[in-house]
Design a protein around this ligand. Structure first.
Ligand code: MSP
Length: 508
């Protein structure tokens, strides 16, 4: 396939600006960044969108608490997100804010279009509203009368509002999900949505009267109302591409992948595809849903007050170390408990003792014995060929894991490659061979094979650990990570290597 046809569009949720960026937000954004970098590595043209969700009741309440106007308050917190991402080596293409004029204009155009089609009506409504979720909850969702996510009692609200005829798309949506197995990943969330859709779907209340809440996008057909925050925010995924006429939209919409946490599954798997259908667009290509980072078994969240600041973790593990640990310590789709001590144990075992040690012993030993040059490969024997075959199997596992968004398996296979190469090094005992001048060719062969595998590992891990991989490329004698060369035996003999610093100093 030529590069023209290999297109990829990836998004994160737009984070509410009522809370400072924490580890939960960072996980979604890092996962999106890693996937985006892999796609680029494999020659896709990509577009990566993130941003902030700035309207709604929750924001107004947070601004009030902070003694600021909503305008000032959203500017301040949105900037915190924008300053956080470069520190985590996030390379997005665009940062969108739902208070941008162009976004507001596109939301209003879409509302008018759906209204003109007769898919929005006015009615009186009574329902239980959770401000934390910014949505009306169904009775059946409540646990002991409380919101299951926030543990708070929803407020009974009775008022006249505008409604989107979401219910009319229920059968279409069920059919679509059934026909597109890969639409929601992992499968447990696909099943969850299908089971939710067994009950009759209600229409979606998409307005708020200004006399109750005026911080939002005004409805184009009734100035006394603003748009419900979810109907506004979800549209970012196309307004950022300048729907309907923008080139970005024409190029990227058909390959849209949304990364989200399970808390916002319903909005993305039910509201959004039905909204798209009403607008006359195809649904996104895929929804990738991850679980929660918990702290002492409770979801890490601002309202509970148990959040972890990623910057503190960078100080301990480095950005690359943190990025690696976040994808290796959480099975995508499942919850994981954040514990600093187990992160440290993992870092020491996997990065310092396994991979870091492999790099250090192989490069130092080669530099010492071959005058800092990559040795000749010579003719490989069975033990090397068997090792290389196993390595390439793992490389393929990594490629497959990527294709199917099983992102945690990248780290697992990567560490297995490292362990296999360490075992080969131990088994062949090059430090003994080095003592015998007549065995130089054999010594060269062993070290060549190890250095070449490290080169491949470095390419494979570059999307996860961009800084480490640049350093390591330098130790092997490259001035950049040569990404196109994932085949074996491509390391140049005679290339000048450089003495390594420890990549992952042990943490006590
Ligand atoms: N503004 C909405 C999303 C609109 S998208 C059009 C929203 N914002 S949020 O700030 O609450 O962010 C929710 C997202 O942050 C989750 O879906 C998840 O991606 C991430 N996380 C927040 N806390 C998290 C954990 N404790 N664990 C993992 N991810 C979590 O909802």
């Amino acid at each position: 396939m030529d590069k023209q046809n290999k297109l990829f569009y990836i998004t994160t949720p737009l984070y509410y600006v009522n809370s400072h960026p924490h580890l939960g937000h960072s996980y979604s954004t890092i996962v999106a960044d890693i996937i985006n970098r892999y796609k680029k590595l494999f020659n896709f043209q990509t577009y990566f969108l993130t941003g902030t969700d700035e309207h709604g009741q929750k924001i107004v309440e947070a601004a009030k608490k902070d003694g600021k106007s909503p305008e000032k308050f959203v500017d301040k917190i949105s900037e915190e997100f924008q300053r956080m991402w470069p520190k985590l080596d996030i390379e997005y293409s665009q940062f969108i804010r739902t208070t941008n004029d162009s976004h507001k204009r596109i939301v209003q155009n879409i509302l008018q279009k759906v209204y003109d089609k007769g898919e929005i009506y006015f009615a009186e409504y009574e329902g239980l509203y959770c401000v934390g979720c910014e949505r009306f909850l169904d009775e059946r969702e409540l646990v002991d009368g409380n919101c299951p996510d926030h543990g708070t009692k929803p407020t009974l609200i009775k008022e006249s509002n505008y409604f989107f005829k979401m219910s009319k798309y229920q059968d279409w949506l069920i059919d679509y999900i059934n026909k597109h197995n890969e639409f929601i990943f992992p499968d447990q969330y696909r099943k969850e949505i299908l089971s939710f859709l067994k009950e009759p779907l209600k229409d979606l209340c998409i307005s708020r009267p200004k006399n109750r809440l005026d911080w939002g996008i005004e409805l184009p057909f009734d100035k006394k109302y603003v748009t419900y925050v979810w109907f506004d925010a979800l549209i970012n995924y196309i307004s950022a591409l300048d729907y309907p006429d923008g080139n970005l939209f024409k190029k990227y919409w058909e390959c849209a992948h949304h990364i989200i946490g399970k808390d916002i599954l319903k909005a993305h798997a039910v509201y959004w595809p039905t909204m798209l259908k009403a607008i006359g667009l195809e649904p996104m290509r895929k929804l990738v849903v991850h679980g929660y980072w918990n702290n002492k078994s409770m979801k890490m969240s601002k309202s509970i007050g148990n959040v972890v600041n990623p910057l503190e973790l960078i100080n301990i593990f480095g950005v690359d170390g943190l990025r690696f640990l976040l994808i290796s310590e959480m099975v995508l789709g499942k919850d994981a408990d954040f514990r600093l001590d187990s992160f440290i144990t993992s870092y020491n075992a996997h990065l310092a003792n396994n991979f870091g040690n492999l790099v250090s012993r192989v490069t130092n030993f080669t530099i010492k014995n071959f005058d800092s040059r990559v040795p000749e490969r010579g003719k490989l024997t069975d033990i090397e060929l068997v090792l290389q075959k196993k390595i390439m199997e793992k490389v393929n596992c990594i490629k497959n894991a990527l294709d199917s968004f099983r992102i945690h398996e990248i780290a697992k296979n990567f560490l297995e490659i490292s362990a296999l190469t360490n075992q080969y090094f131990d088994k062949t005992e090059p430090w003994k061979i080095a003592k015998n001048e007549r065995q130089r060719a054999r010594l060269g062969r062993i070290l060549y094979v190890c250095c070449d595998i490290i080169r491949i590992m470095n390419i494979l891990i570059s999307p996860v650990m961009p800084n480490i991989s640049l350093k390591l490329a330098g130790y092997l004698g490259y001035n950049s990570v040569k990404t196109e060369e994932l085949d074996l035996n491509l390391l140049q003999s005679g290339q000048l290597m450089h003495k390594p610093d420890p990549l992952f100093p042990r943490i006590q």
